[in-house]
Design a binder for this molecule. Structure first.
Ligand SMILES: [Zn+2]
Length: 341
């Protein structure tokens, strides 16, 4: 049941494609894109910062400054955010801004490649040690999966407040600008864990016939289990996202040797830690279930015996339907912070 997509089939993630799409555009479509970006920036402070930075950086570029001429706004990002009126900026300038961002991404990619490789090796060493210490269950596929990973510096304008993303086919895109190096390293460890942990991918061959003739054929790969997140038939994550993110972050902190609580998924982490610290659920049950892949044969009445053991212990501690119940509790906590501020 387990399949991996070979590295040769990797495609650049959609988030990185937006510049290429938009720089071919007409003045109208490029403006529409910028207006959309600015509207999103109003909602997400980290995105606003990234957009501001993109434009301020572009202003330092002679090609952009020349295209803009005397109308070019001040380089003070706070002031320019209010003054930047997309509809008054020439199309050539908007496109030059996007191109400048693209060049910057290419530079960053080169700059960070060495660090990514160091972290790949450090992650592997720490993982092997954790396996040798009996903390993380062994798996013959870890090394291959670690080797399959390709790192992309994520464009902050495309990613907004998402620090990193595991694209499923081995591409990990990670934000580097505006972040401390130690935090970027932890994000890399987090995404590496998503990539190696207990994944089950279902391969589906689709064939459509009309009057007995094959009309269309395709192969689809659907993630059914990644860590402790489970997909229902619709193809969307249905449950366990909080649990998998909390576990991923806790394990990333452990492997990256960061003792302090991190800002990523704090309530998810606390929810798991509470169950462990109260003595209700041993840590090992969480970790084994996280790394578990479907068994071909039933074991202890389950194809996921480690998840079954975790589920039994969590049911005892939190009652039936614990996965959903705790999800609701975590959401409530996040909402409370929003309403308190
Ligand atoms: Zn994650």
């Amino acid at each position: 049941m387990e399949a991996r997509v070979a590295s040769g089939q990797l495609e650049a993630p959609a988030a990185e494609e937006y510049i290429k799409e938009n720089r071919e555009g007409t003045a109208e479509s490029v403006r529409r894109f910028f207006n959309w970006l600015f509207a999103r920036g109003e909602r997400y402070p980290s995105l606003k910062k990234a957009i501001s930075f993109m434009i301020v950086e572009a202003l330092n570029d002679t090609a952009v400054a020349t295209a803009w001429g005397d109308e070019s706004p001040t380089r003070d990002e706070g002031i320019f955010w209010e003054k930047f009126n997309t509809n008054e900026v020439p199309r050539t300038v908007l496109i030059a801004i996007l191109e400048q961002r693209e060049r910057r991404q290419a530079e960053l990619q080169k700059e960070w490649e060495g660090k990514f490789e160091d972290w790949r090796n450090q992650f592997r060493l720490r993982l092997h040690t954790a396996v040798a210490d009996g903390i993380i269950p062994a798996n013959e596929h870890y090394d291959q999966r670690i080797d399959d990973v390709r790192f992309l510096v994520a464009d902050p304008v495309a990613m907004g407040n998402i620090l990193g993303r595991s694209q499923g086919a081995g591409i990990l895109s990670v934000q580097v600008e505006f972040h401390k190096e130690g935090d970027v390293r932890k994000t890399v460890f987090h995404e590496m864990l998503h990539h190696i942990a207990g994944g089950t991918i279902q391969r589906t061959d689709v064939e459509i016939f009309e009057h007995g003739a094959l009309l269309w054929q395709s192969t689809q790969y659907i993630n059914r289990k990644q860590g402790l997140a489970f997909n229902a038939n619709s193809g969307f994550y249905q449950s366990g996202v909080w649990l998998t993110e909390g576990m991923t972050e806790l394990l990333a902190r452990y492997l990256a040797e960061m003792d302090k609580m991190t800002m990523s998924y704090p309530y998810e982490q606390m929810c798991i830690l509470d169950s462990i610290r109260s003595g209700a659920v041993p840590q090992k049950l969480f970790i084994d279930a996280y790394f578990e892949a479907h068994r071909a044969k039933l074991e202890d009445g389950s194809r996921l015996p480690a998840f079954r053991a975790l589920s039994l212990a969590m049911t005892k501690a939190h009652g039936a339907g614990w996965l959903k119940k705790l999800d609701a509790l975590i959401k409530e906590r996040y909402e409370k912070i929003v309403s308190d501020n």
